[in-house]
Design a protein. Structure first.
Length: 475
């Protein structure tokens, strides 16, 4: 089998053909593909990667599910559930093993956040904050730009970045139509800011939630390591976007200095508004102190969401109805599909190959993990990417003896900020694009790619150098 494989895919021919496919998309991706192709094909030639029947089946199911997700032939939740069914049908995993592979802490935390954000939406909290910022900036296009970026990033670090991006984009379009300004520069900037801001804490981005939950990282520990990088990258990003959209801001002609609707009038439920503010403040305090009071983030999120549901009034069934149940099911099924690879040893095999490249060099490990995560996020949604990379990074740490946490910070950096490379690389980008298209302000793939790829090179480049110096040089 090995000889037949290599006779069909001679390594030089293999690299040239595959390189031609990726050359038009991104030269860096092309280089990385060559790099990993050389690594794994040469190891295959030596007979080190001979696969058992169970490994072939599990790997085939994983590739099949990924193909469905990438090509959108089937909705991602359906693809994930079908992969779960196939793993059971081929006896790769039992029901008990499937349940064990699901990270229930991450699922419960996401559910709690969805309820809290849903209550914010129903109460009009997002609209109130945005209108207040508009009045504060007196509708100055540049000041609005800065404030939208900052507000989006801050909210994304404390709430679900996907929902924050969706509602910031929705409210921004509404305001820009009133003051007759093109909303596209603001929308693109908010998508990028949401992904960057969500990197700062363990609850901001789905990848951050998955990483913190898998490694049992506290809110404070995660923020202490990732918030400084996030702040630095956000400052650089703001300066970059100021230059990139300079002409658009100069051309904007604003006819008013205040939002035509008073911020308080945008509050749709006064009682729920006050309840949300109180519960959210309690939520933030508990999340910051959870390592001291020994209550898990998932329990805190469930408890706060439970209080809102119990005291929130007649709108609560609507909030439960709008919880993104398909997303939660997708997360669960994805954990199981990746768990199938873990059980048959595929992930450990990949980790062994990468570990051979890194050795005990922390700087090499940080750069490799950060840029692999970033470039991977440019090609696929960063949620399935992190679900796949997490166990691999754990194995790399165990094999090489390198400290685990710097590698996790590198993966969080690459996966979250790398999601800005294309508009379909992150959940925040996908929902924001959908909202802008419905409002007749479509943002094309290549329109976003120009600014998105530059932002990734800037933020991931600076962030990975920061991590390499901190943990590789002074570690």
């Amino acid at each position: 089998m090995n000889d037949a494989f290599m006779s069909y895919f001679h390594i030089d021919h293999f690299l040239i053909d595959r390189g031609r496919i990726y050359k038009g998309e991104c030269g860096i991706i092309n280089i990385y593909f060559h790099f990993f192709a050389i690594l794994f094909v040469k190891r295959l030639r030596k007979g080190e990667f001979m696969l058992s029947n169970a490994q072939i089946i599990a790997l085939g199911i994983f590739i099949f599910v990924y193909a469905l997700i990438i090509t959108s032939i089937r909705e991602k939740t359906i693809a994930g559930v079908f992969g779960l069914v196939l793993l059971g049908a081929f006896s790769i995993l039992t029901v008990e093993e499937m349940i064990a592979y699901v990270d229930w802490e991450a699922i419960m935390l996401l559910f709690g956040l969805m309820v809290i954000v849903g209550a914010f939406r129903e109460a009009g909290v997002f609209a109130y904050l945005t209108a207040y910022i508009i009045n504060f900036t007196k509708c100055d296009p540049r000041k609005m730009h800065y404030m939208f970026i900052g507000l989006t990033a801050v909210l994304a670090s404390l709430l679900d970045s996907v929902t924050v991006a969706l509602f910031m984009v929705t409210v921004t379009i509404m305001i820009c139509e009133v003051i007759e300004v093109n909303p596209k520069p603001y929308i693109v900037s908010e998508i990028i800011a949401a992904n960057i801001g969500g990197t700062a804490t363990a609850i901001g981005n789905p990848p951050s939630i998955m990483i913190a939950s898998a490694a049992d990282l506290t809110f404070v520990e995660f923020a202490a390591n990732m918030a400084p990088i996030t702040i630095l990258c956000l400052i650089l990003l703001t300066l970059f976007l100021r230059y990139y959209y300079k002409d658009a801001m100069e051309e904007a002609k604003v006819k008013m200095e205040r939002c035509p609707v008073p911020p308080r009038d945008l509050v749709t439920d006064e009682k729920l508004f006050k309840l949300c503010i109180i519960v959210f403040l309690v939520f933030v305090v508990l999340m910051i102190s959870h390592s001291f009071i020994h209550i898990s983030p998932a329990i805190i999120a469930l408890g706060c969401s439970g209080v809102i549901l119990f005291l929130g009034g007649k709108k609560m069934p609507r909030i439960l109805h709008k919880v993104e149940w398909p997303t939660l099911l997708f997360f669960g099924s994805l954990f199981v599909v990746v768990g199938g690879l873990a059980k048959v040893g595929i992930l450990y095999m990949i980790a062994t190959g990468i570990a051979g490249l890194i050795g005990q060099n922390m700087i090499a490990g940080i750069f490799l993990v950060a840029w692999t995560s970033a470039l991977g996020s440019a090609a696929v949604d960063n949620i399935p990417l992190v679900a796949t990379l997490l166990p691999i990074v754990f194995d790399i740490s165990q094999i090489t003896g390198l400290e685990l946490k710097p590698l996790l910070w590198a993966m969080a950096l690459g996966a979250c900020m790398g999601g800005n490379a294309t508009i379909v690389a992150s959940a925040a980008g996908i929902v924001a694009q959908s909202a802008s298209e419905k409002a007749k302000y479509p943002i094309t793939f290549f329109e976003f790619l120009k600014v998105g790829m530059l932002s990734v090179l800037l933020t991931v480049g600076v962030g990975s150098v920061y991590l390499a110096i901190r943990f590789g040089v002074f570690g």
